[in-house]
Write a protein that binds this ligand. Structure first.
Ligand code: PHE
Length: 455
């Protein structure tokens, strides 16, 4: 993104789709989706996720992109420019990246460490006990400390935001994103050919009703918004950069297909392998870092493939983290009238300060749990942003479209540059089904989370 919407615009449909997919495809797909799928019962989670993606994800992305394109403004201004009373929803949305970016960079640091281990020929040392020692800050060396890697990753993100090389990133994305996809497919095929992987495959693909709880819905909805970069103002800004003649429905469909496809593939690569390796169980945030090394270990030229793989994950994470950090820098430049460099430095310091809590939350701060037993700082920030703020912002966006401005506001704009095949479905979803379901999911999910009420 650039200083303002006017000096920068996507070239056409392809430009929009690639840039939005670049923001959407990130750690959400590769790291977060597989561990949630494993945690929430495999097939049951996948089924709910896909249904929600086709309905809620699609509807909300259309709504956000169109709000952006019609107003030509970022999320801070977009809501207020339509109706002053709704300005605060834009601010609420902009709060989400501030909570996510610090812990996103912590995971980015873990990925960077893994890349360096594999690239320097130390891949054979990477295993579960290595990871547990690393994440809990128990290893002695300076470069075996997760804080160091968290800072390195955050510096990389901030450096790009300071220089503002968005065009360069777009160009590199065009090569690296397809490469990531190819590597994902190769690793997945290999992981699925491991002994016992077929049992895992059925766990991953066959939904079991008893695995579905209110928490599954809350987890899936949060993941959906996170993965598609929704409910945090980003796609509104991207919509503002979209040319007036680009077909919105087709573009949104392509982005959601790419994003969901990559997530499903990443799950396919990791979840059956955990079962094949014989270590199922609730591994949470560490899943990718404990299971994948075993797949690479069993693979011919595994260390090389692993180094390449983690490099591409770094890249996917960087493009996403940059768009998150850029949003915050933009707010400071726009609202506090700061220059780009001081604004970037301020956001950098904030990221490090807040991220440190998440980074140390598995080690020195390991005894501190928030909200409930076992909830580390990282889990806490992840929960607040994904399971609480995003459903709220999403529901408010739907109500705003459905009842304040009316769905026609959106459908007219979509139809100004192409057909809107799902128009009827969009109207029913945005007006009724999404807001009602989101409120229900949020409430029952919270009751479930606090063990007050179980479905
Ligand atoms: N969608 C990104 C992911 O899946 C995360 C992200 C959210 C990036 C919002 C930018 C903006 O990792």
């Amino acid at each position: 993104m650039s200083e303002n919407g006017k000096s920068f615009g996507f070239t056409g449909k392809l430009g929009f789709v690639l840039a939005t997919a670049g923001s959407a495809v990130g750690l959400g797909n590769l790291w977060r989706f597989p561990y949630l799928a494993e945690q929430y019962g495999g097939g049951a989670f996948i089924l709910i996720y896909v249904i929600l993606a086709i309905t809620f994800g699609f509807t909300l992305m259309i709504a956000e992109v169109t709000i952006g394109r019609k107003t030509g403004k970022s999320c801070l201004e977009a809501f207020g420019s339509i109706d002053k009373k709704w300005k605060w929803v834009g601010w609420l949305a902009a709060l989400v990246p501030a909570i996510i970016v610090p812990y996103y960079c912590v995971i980015g640091g873990w990925v960077t460490k893994y890349f360096v281990e594999y690239a320097t020929g130390n891949g054979s040392e990477v295993n579960t006990s290595f990871f547990l020692g690393f994440m809990t800050c128990d290893l002695p060396g300076l470069f075996d400390n997760p804080v160091v890697w968290f800072i390195i990753f955050t510096i990389m993100v901030a450096a790009v935001v300071i220089v503002g090389v968005d065009k360069g990133i777009e160009r590199v994305s065009k090569i690296l994103m397809p490469l990531l996809l190819i590597l994902l497919i190769i690793t997945t095929i290999f992981a699925l050919s491991m002994d016992g992987a077929m049992d895992g495959l059925s766990y991953y693909l066959v939904p079991k009703v008893e695995d579905i709880s209110a928490g599954t819905f809350l987890g899936a909805v949060g993941q959906l918004f996170y993965s598609m970069s929704l409910a945090m103002g980003i796609t509104i800004t991207y919509g503002a950069y979209m040319k007036k003649d680009v077909d919105i429905e087709k573009s949104v469909r392509s982005v959601s297909l790419i994003d969901t496809g990559v997530a499903l593939l990443a799950g396919l690569m990791i979840v059956p392998a955990v079962i094949a390796i014989g270590e199922p169980g609730n591994k949470g945030v560490g899943l990718m870092f404990m299971t994948l090394p075993k797949v690479f270990e069993a693979m011919p030229a595994g260390e090389f493939v692993a180094a390449l793989f983690f490099l591409l994950v770094i890249f996917a994470a960087l493009t996403s983290a940059i768009s998150l950090m850029e949003t915050l820098v933009y707010v400071l430049m726009d609202k506090a009238k700061m220059q780009r460099i001081p604004a970037s430095i301020l956001v950098f310091v904030f990221t490090i300060a807040l991220g440190l809590l998440s980074c140390l939350g598995f080690g020195p701060l390991g005894d501190v749990f928030l909200l409930k037993e076992g909830m580390t700082f990282l889990d806490f920030f992840d929960f607040i942003s994904n399971s609480i703020l995003m459903p709220i912002v999403a529901a408010l966006t739907c109500l705003f479209i459905g009842f304040v401005v009316g769905p026609k506001f959106i459908t007219d704009e979509v139809e100004s540059s192409g057909s809107f095949k799902s128009k009827k479905m969009f109207i029913v979803l945005v007006k009724w089904i999404c807001p009602i379901a989101l409120v229900l999911i949020l409430l029952t999910g919270l009751l479930d989370f606090f063990d007050i009420f179980k479905i």
